[in-house]
Write a protein of this length. Structure first.
Length: 689
């Protein structure tokens, strides 16, 4: 069986409606609609990669020719530059001509308009120099400028498309959590493996230890512990008994369970998570670039000034050459090339600097939006904490002896709590004998004989069921440890509770420092977790978080992020698990830890590669530094060119000041160089921690 990468249905490879090969891998589709939805964006990304290589190659070659001082074979330097730059202008740049034409039909101007006017002006003037040199006063050409600007802008477009492809892959990975088959118990009591999409509500499934739960349902027979970390974020497996709900995609750890199916298809928890990820990604509004706003006013103004200059000088002097020189000088000196690269160059350098600091930023939108953050919501397990259970307390007379006996018993257990106890005992160098008559009590604990002593270790509920007596000292200590949000293992021998072993997920070393730093920056810090109220409260107190939400399911996490957004706050969500994916997608900025699941990392807009929480602070500081550079670039590009427009238009000609197109081109180039140089200063960025 293969899964349709779009709708998630399982498709028989022999009877798939359509197949397609992408990047050497074969995909199977249930319909033509699914096939086109998947393949067309992949083809677009592949074609864009080719265009980028094409434009960069010819652009760099054009630039090399223009800087070369010696003779060239067959043609002049200018003609070679024309032949190389023209395909870039009209093949690589076609998408921008189309965009500018669309904006013109809508009665507006955008970044495409800026790109088209800037590069076309340079190309047209150069073409006149090559083929009609008598019509232009200067014989300088600017083909390399036009070609390289288009190439750099296309690189930014490619990075954006790659990020979108990763977002789609995130949804496909979510769907992969669901197993393709289920073990159905038939009416005669026999078992049969069937495709999961054929299972109906009220069907009864058997889920063996180590198997994934195929669909949402209710336990009708058996007891076990189920790992729900991929859905709820809870690091400790949850005990399941008759009457309890189980979620499709979670993993059964111990005993066999009979499950009556309650939800199928789009109603399952897993499918709802997928739907929320897709919905949140689609509803994200694109950031309106400052340059687009400037273009709406600046470009028509420049064209108008150029035409007025042309008409004024022509009718004033009847000198067509002077009038044309004035028009060309105005358009070239005001050429918005610098504005066209002001934002992408700063973002590219900022993103590269982020990577050097262990921060992967998927696109300029995320880099810009991060500077505006007003609230940050953290997941608990694996984010603020290490996501690893460890022994924190052993309360008993002769604690090492109690630990030795319990660890010996837990050697036969596969439960994560038991593994943590064994690991702790081994680190202390304790000798662990082999237990006898071992028995796992699913979802509650273990029992057995160690060194001739009958022992039971497990939950408080288990102690109550066997009637083990507990003195006030142990009960008081248990209450104290419970208040600290720890999970307790009670140890009973000869009908009495003789000790307690506490385990807990450990806080990351710098969690409290990060929260303190964020609060000092004026951000509201919130914790959202699927853990119980007591554990959530204890962790929140330790790290200094006032606002926390406990026992929150994935769909509720999305709701809590929305509530923050409804308070007119710009919100970031920091998480690491599949359960965090919808909230990461819903947040204005999703920040995923590099140690987390692929789904979380692909859904997040920013990924902390080093799994260091302090990088959340660094990402915000980098975003502010980058945005500051963008504003400086736009101011320089707009202000510098605008200041030279009157000179180019000949306003100061009576004073003997007139700008020749060659000087206008030099000023235009200097403006672009200044913008790039200013952006490169971001490489000096160092986080303030």
């Amino acid at each position: 069986m293969a899964r349709d990468p779009v709708c998630g249905m399982f498709v028989d490879e022999e009877h798939a409606a359509f197949t397609a090969e992408v990047d050497g891998r074969t995909y199977y589709f249930c319909s033509e609609a699914c096939m086109l939805t998947f393949v067309q964006p992949e083809i677009e990304r592949r074609n864009l990669k080719r265009i980028v290589v094409f434009s960069l190659g010819l652009g760099l070659l054009t630039m090399a020719i223009m800087f070369y001082g010696g003779p060239l074979p067959f043609f002049s330097k200018e003609l070679w530059a024309f032949l190389l730059a023209t395909p870039v202008q009209f093949i690589a740049g076609w998408r921008y001509y189309r965009g500018a034409w669309g904006a013109a039909k809508a009665g507006t101007m955008n970044m495409d308009t800026l790109i088209v006017i800037g590069t076309t002006t340079a190309w047209v003037y150069g073409t006149f120099v090559v083929f009609l040199p008598n019509l232009v006063p200067s014989h300088e050409v600017y083909f390399d400028t036009a070609a390289m600007i288009l190439a750099l802008i296309l690189v930014g477009k490619l990075l954006e498309e790659i990020a979108r492809g990763r977002a789609s892959e995130a949804v496909r990975r979510l769907l992969d959590l669901q197993p393709p088959v289920a073990r159905l118990i038939k009416e005669d009591g026999t078992e049969e493996e069937v495709p999961v999409e054929t299972v109906m509500p009220f069907d009864v499934l058997i889920v063996r230890p180590g198997d994934k739960v195929p669909l949402d349902g209710q336990v009708i027979e058996g007891a076990s512990s189920v790992d729900e970390s991929m859905i709820t974020g809870e690091s400790i497996p949850v005990a399941k008994m008759v009457g309890d709900e189980v979620i499709g995609g979670t993993v059964n750890k111990e005993g066999a369970l009979k499950v009556e199916v309650t939800k199928v298809g789009m109603n399952t928890t897993l499918q709802q998570i997928v739907h929320m990820v897709e919905e949140a990604q689609l509803s994200r509004a694109p950031i309106q670039r400052i340059a687009d706003t400037v273009a709406a006013y600046f470009v028509p103004t420049v064209i108008a000034i150029g035409l007025i200059s042309f008409v004024g000088w022509y009718y004033g002097t009847r000198d067509f050459g002077l009038a044309l020189t004035s028009f060309v000088a105005v358009v070239i000196v005001a050429c918005p090339c610098a504005m066209g690269i002001a934002t992408p160059t700063a973002i590219l350098v900022g993103a590269a600097q982020g990577a050097r600091n262990g921060i992967l930023i998927k696109g300029g939108d995320y880099l810009e939006k991060t500077r505006e953050l007003q609230a940050i919501a953290f997941d608990k397990t694996g984010t603020l904490t290490k996501g690893e259970i460890a022994v924190t307390d052993v309360h008993a007379p002769g604690s090492d002896e109690l630990l030795r006996l319990v660890a010996s018993l837990e050697r036969r257990s596969e439960h994560p709590i038991g593994e943590a106890i064994v690991k702790f005992a081994e680190e202390k160098g304790l000798n662990l004998p082999e237990p006898k008559n071992f028995e796992a009590i699913a979802g509650k604990g273990v029992r057995g004989n160690v060194d001739g002593l009958e022992m039971i270790a497990g939950t408080q509920r288990l102690m109550e069921e066997i009637g083990a007596e507990m003195d006030d000292g142990i009960r008081s200590k248990a209450d104290e440890l419970f208040e600290q949000g720890k999970t307790l293992v009670f140890v009973s021998t000869r009908g009495r509770v003789t000790g307690i072993i506490a385990v807990a997920d450990q806080l990351k070393e710098n969690a409290a420092q990060v929260v303190s730093k964020l609060r000092s920056m004026g951000l509201k810090v919130v914790m959202i977790t699927g853990d119980n109220e007591r554990t959530a409260e204890a962790i929140a107190k330790k790290v200094g978080i006032d606002r926390y939400l406990a026992e929150v399911l994935p769909q509720d996490k999305v709701g809590e992020v929305r509530k923050l957004q409804e308070e007119e706050l710009v919100v970031a969500m920091v998480g690491d698990g599949i359960n965090d994916a919808p909230a990461l997608a819903q947040a204005d900025v999703g920040i995923a830890l590099g140690s987390g699941t692929d789904v979380a990392m692909e859904t997040g807009g920013i990924i902390l590669i080093r799994n260091n929480l302090m990088d959340v602070v660094t990402a915000i500081q980098l975003s502010k530094a980058t945005y500051s550079k963008i504003k400086q670039n736009l101011f320089w590009a707009f202000g510098y060119n605008s200041a030279l427009i009157p000179v180019a238009a000949g306003v100061f000609r009576s004073l003997g000041i007139m700008m020749h197109p060659i000087f206008a081109a030099g000023a235009m180039a200097f403006s672009s160089i200044s913008v790039i140089s200013n952006s490169l200063l971001l490489r000096r960025f160092k986080p303030e921690v």
